[in-house]
Structure formats: structure tokens, C-alpha cells
Design a protein around this ligand. Structure first.
Ligand code: DGY
Length: 324
């Protein structure tokens, strides 16, 4: 009997073709499986699931997957999967670490520069036909050189952001569950800040690069926003719920902080209406990993985990299985 794989919506063709070489593959339509009930109904027919980060792979879904052997998320973040329920059901879980660090860090820098230098507002001004010649006082922004970047979450992506920021002359501070190795700290001249409050108070730019967990949910709330200097910028390419979005919108409107660059939102695809009208905000639709190179690599890594598990490769030889 051939194994059946569900890819919840279209992804890069070469990844689908790779899985089709081995198995029967069903590809959903865009957004088809973003609700729990549709997944619960479909899953009994499949041996492997390759979901998007918007698919809720809940306990119900996992229990309904009577022949399910692996869920290989098309993302590094896997807060959409109930990993404990998967363990109980004997279903392996994989994510895609490593392959999207550079593209995600590029996106964090792009947002940082766009907000600091008011690029989007300036472009709109020009498109609106308002450009009447060089203006010594127009669109004055913040220079990144010599500013302090606070990175919350110094994993692969946070480290890649730090490398880029160093090239822009920034000082690196970071808060993480544990300290990074000495060599990395030295290379980046990065200072470990044991308390998140202190990191937030000292940063001119705060970049969120942590996973979404119970501990990081709303880690940046009204109180933390209050601690940020009033010129400081918040960059979030991690997960929306790390920030209390309503509190952030209020802080931006009140001038409590200087601006924000956000690629992720609390209730995607919804965006808090007060954010849409907030000043000094650059908002993008969760595109941090959206490069041709990265999206192919993400798909291939997920596909390889599926092939590995279905073909009986020992867990230790499948580098992206989640073991925690
Ligand atoms: C991920 O992989 O978790 C990213 O959010 C995708 O952009």
C-alpha cells in the first residue's frame, strides 16, 4: 500500500514532485485546512501531514489521524502543533530550523531600516505627487549606527539579525533563555542581559526573534512598552502573540514608542485596526521567509523528514525532528 501525504496548500512545485516520486500526494487549496474541523475530517486518510503554520494541528486532529505517522510543519515555528498530544499519539513532529534564518534576518533588517528611515511614508509622499524638491527637514529618521539593538531570542535567527546589525554599526544586547556560546558573543560583541525589562529599557531598537510559548505570550505588554524609550522601535518577525497588539497600537498612537515594523500579528490574517492607522508603522503580511531559495529549502526539509519517517530512518538521523 502506498503512503498518502496531505500537503495542506500549494507549495513550491519541486517539493511536491519529490514527494510524488514516493507517495500518493494530495495538495489542498489555499487556506482549505486552516480550520480544525476540516483537518479532523480529512486526516484519517493520511500517513503524513505537511501543514502550514496557519493550520491548527490540535489534539483532536492528532487523535483523528489513526494512520498518521508524522507532521512536518512548513515552518520553523511550531506553535500551531500540539506537540504533547503528538507524542501521546506516537506521531513524530518536524520543523524547519536553519534554512530560513538568513531570509528572516533580512526581513527584520528591512523592517528596521524602513521604520527608522520612514521609507514607506516617504514613498507614499512621492507617489502622492508631493515631492517638490530636496527638503532639509523632511522625513528625518533615526540612524542605526551607534544605536543599541536589543534582541529577544538569540537563536539562529536572532544571531543572524545581530550579524547584520553589527555591519550597520549597532551595539548588540540580547536576552535569551540561556547565554549563547562565548565565541559567538565575542564575535558579535554581544552583551547578555539577564532580565528582559533591562533589555527593553536600554534598546533603541528591540527585535523579537523568540519562539511563541506560554512564557513569551504577551511578553511585550503595556508595561514593557512603557519601559521602552520613546524614540525606540519595535521589530517583530517572530510571532504576533508575543506582543499585546492592542497595547502596541495604543503605544504607537500615544507616542510611548517611536515606531514599529511588524511581519506577524496576533490573529492572522486579521490586523488590529488601530495598528493600520498608527504612525511610524511598517506592516508586512508574514513574509519573513518568503524568498525562492528559502521556501524551497523549507519544503525540502519538511519532505525529507516525511520520507525519513515513512522509510524507517532512525530518529537520530532525521535532523529536524522535534525531540523536546
Ligand atoms: C516560520 O517558519 O516560523 C516563519 O514564521 C515563516 O515565515
Amino acid at each position: 500500500m502506498s503512503y498518502r501525504i496531505l500537503i495542506t496548500e500549494p507549495i513550491v512545485d519541486s517539493v511536491i514532485e519529490k514527494l510524488e516520486e514516493h507517495y500518493e500526494v494530495v495538495v489542498g487549496t489555499r487556506g482549505q485546512y486552516s480550520d480544525e474541523e476540516t483537518l479532523v475530517q480529512a486526516i484519517p486518510e493520511f500517513d503524513a501531514l505537511l501543514p502550514m503554520l496557519s493550520c491548527p494541528v490540535t489534539e483532536r486532529v492528532l487523535r483523528a489521524g489513526s494512520r498518521l505517522k508524522i507532521v512536518a510543519n512548513h515552518a520553523v515555528g511550531y506553535n500551531n502543533i500540539d506537540v504533547e498530544a503528538a507524542r501521546q499519539e506516537g506521531v513524530k513532529v518536524a520543523n524547519t530550523p536553519g534554512v530560513l534564518s538568513e531570509s528572516s534576518a533580512d526581513c527584520a533588517m528591512a523592517l528596521m531600516l524602513a521604520v527608522a528611515r520612514k521609507i514607506v511614508d516617504a514613498q507614499q509622499f512621492l507617489y502622492d505627487g508631493k515631492f517638490d524638491g530636496w527638503d532639509p527637514l523632511a522625513f528625518l529618521g533615526m540612524e542605526l549606527n551607534d544605536k543599541t539593538l536589543g534582541i529577544f531570542g538569540m537563536g539562529r535567527i536572532g544571531t543572524a539579525v545581530a550579524r547584520r546589525a553589527r555591519a550597520f554599526g549597532m551595539h548588540i544586547t540580547y536576552h535569551n533563555r540561556s547565554r549563547v556560546d562565548e565565541e559567538t558573543e565575542q564575535k558579535l560583541e554581544a552583551e547578555f542581559i539577564p532580565e528582559l525589562d533591562t533589555l527593553v529599557e536600554q534598546a533603541d531598537v528591540l527585535s523579537l526573534n523568540c519562539p511563541l510559548t506560554d512564557e513569551t505570550h504577551h511578553a511585550i505588554d503595556a508595561g514593557m512598552l512603557e519601559r521602552m524609550p520613546d524614540h525606540a522601535l519595535l521589530i517583530n518577525t517572530a510571532r504576533g502573540p508575543v506582543v499585546d497588539e492592542a497595547a502596541l497600537a495604543e503605544a504607537l498612537h500615544n507616542g510611548t514608542i517611536g515606531g514599529a515594523g511588524l511581519d506577524v500579528f496576533e490573529e492572522e490574517p486579521e490586523v488590529h485596526p488601530d495598528l493600520l492607522s498608527a504612525p511610524n508603522c511598517v506592516l508586512t503580511p508574514h513574509i519573513a521567509s518568503a524568498t525562492h531559495e528559502t521556501r524551497k529549502a523549507i519544503g525540502m526539509l519538511a519532505a525529507n523528514a516525511i520520507i525519513g519517517v515513512l522509510e524507517g530512518t532512525p530518529d537520530e538521523e532525521i535532523p529536524n525532528l522535534i525531540q523536546d
